[in-house]
Structure formats: structure tokens, C-alpha cells
Design a protein around this ligand. Sequence first.
Ligand code: DGL
Length: 281
Amino acid sequence: MSGIKAPVAPGPIGIFDSGYGGLTIYREIEELLPQYDYLYLGDNARTPYGTRSFDVVYEFTRQCVKHLFAQGCHLVILACNTASAKALRSIQQVDLPVIDPTRRVLGIIRPTVETIGDVTVSRHVGILATEGTIKSHSYPLEIQKLYPDIVVNGEACPMWVPLVENCEHNSRGADYFVKRHVDNLLSRDPQIDTIILGCTHYPMLIEKIRQFVPAGVRILTQGAAVAASLKDYLARHPEMDALCSKGGGRVFSTTESDNRFREQASRYLEQHIDVEHVILE
Ligand code: DGL
């Protein structure tokens, strides 16, 4: 055997979510960094993740990350707060050293939290997120590390992801669930001046959320912060940047019906997209 290693082929940047939510992150990433190839995977067949146990979210996320690696991705973004809260650390510390220590998986909670220090004036912040993300306490823990003076309150909104996944987010029926959780959060801490939408599905509900949030309260979405953080990461890691192919290609895949994903994602992205159905091993 010669000691010369075969060159490693660059691959697309993988973007993963339990369903459609990661598209709100993808949209900002591809706008800021259009030159890269992207491979999106939505695990729509098993969404929502937000009400599932730590072990199940970890196992599902691990399967999806392995699938994206098998498709040639060297870098995967967990465009899902629930997966970032419950699976990221184990994947980074337990799985990557075994699967391939040169590959990277990044989450979206830290880049989101980094932005809030300059935004809140009252230093009271609210988090709207899935039950899994709220119960993990990931947001308060990360915020405490960076901004110990900020008071954090969270509210789990278990119905919001099913509303989006079932395309009911603009319906009159959604009003009840949106108002209820916004009211719960703000009555728990009336000093909140900034609300983080800590679930990537929620920007699809933003018009409804705005109806029930008082005008002086700012609503923060994650896409722009995650995109800026990825750009910064790639600039600081030229070895990883070299492994991310730059052909401007976009491939979308889902574990559920490709027709349904094509219809809903094309509407959200305002462009026709092709979608592949995948079966996870
Ligand atoms: N979009 C995801 C998040 O950011 C998860 C939604 C779910 O499947 O419950 O948490």
C-alpha cells in the first residue's frame, strides 16, 4: 500500500430539519452564500420532533446526519432547534469521532443567542419554541453564558409545528393556538421586549404571531444570524470551505411524499423546486 491518500471530493452543505422549518434557515443561507451547493433533508415522515424524547430525537437526527454524509456532505447544519438542543452535543462528541473526525455538524442555538445582547433594552427575553427545546433549557443556559444579566422566560407551543406541517398556519383556526402561547409568555413576564422564535418552523407563522404581540416587542427570527455565522465559520475554516462544493446546485429531499414537499416548499421559496423521496437506512 502506498502512503498517498486519495483526494477527498468536495460535497454540498447539508441542511437538516424535522420538516419544512429548516427552509426558513436555508433561504437566508443560500441568499448570503449562493455559490455553494446545498442538499436539504426534511424528515417530514417523522415530524414533529418537538414532543419526542431525547433518545428518539438523537437517534432520528443521527440517521439523517449519516444520510447527508453518505450523500457527500462534509458539513451539516442542524437547521432545527430541537435537534440542536437534544442531539448536537452527542453527535459532535460521540458520533463524529467514530464516523469521520474530519466532518462537522453545527447547530443554530448559539448563533441565535449571540445576537440578542444588542437587541434587548429591558434585558427580559422570551423564547417561543417546541416542548423539547424549552425543556432542554438550552436557550437560558446559552444566554446565561454570554449575557448573565438577561432574564429568560420560555413557552412551549406544541401545536405550532403541526399547523405548519399541515399547511394550516394561515387559517383562522390557528389564531387560538398562536394567541394562547403569546399571551402565556407575556403574562409570565410583562417586561419582555424581545421574543426569539426558537423553532425554525415559526417564521412561517410570523404574520399571525405579529397580530398578537404588542407593537413595542421585537420578534427575532434565526435565519440571518445563522447565515452570517456560517459565512464566518467558512472564512475561519478554509480546510472545510475547500470541502464544500461551489456549483450553485440545490437538491431537496424528504422522508415523506416528494409531491407534497415540492408543493409546499415551492410555495414558501417562491420558486419551483425538484424533490427526491429518501428512505433512511
Ligand atoms: N423546526 C424544528 C425546530 O426548530 C422542530 C420542529 C418539530 O419537529 O417539532 O425545533
